[in-house]
Design a protein around this ligand. Structure first.
Ligand SMILES: [Zn+2]
Length: 77
């Protein structure tokens, strides 16, 4: 696995909903591919969950597709 999904929380923090899911490289799990910093203890999901209905970051999505062309998901679907 080379990438992970990580949660960005809304104004209520982790007691509220996850606002956006970002993609990080597993070698640098606090830096989203779009440039946003992710809290070190934010929720983490497997990259295989990208495109399954999670609210993903569009910018991370397009960068991710470039780095992981094996992945069948399409963020513009
Ligand atoms: Zn992002």
């Amino acid at each position: 696995m080379t990438h992970l999904l990580r949660a960005e929380y809304g104004p209520q923090g982790r007691s509220g909903e996850v606002k956006t899911w970002h993609v990080v490289r597993s070698s640098d799990p606090t830096a989203a591919m779009c440039g946003r910093e992710i809290e070190a203890d934010a929720e983490t999901r497997d990259e295989s969950e990208w495109g399954t209905g999670l609210r993903g970051c569009q910018q991370c999505g397009s960068l991710y597709i470039h780095e992981a062309p094996h992945f069948p998901g399409d963020p513009h679907r």
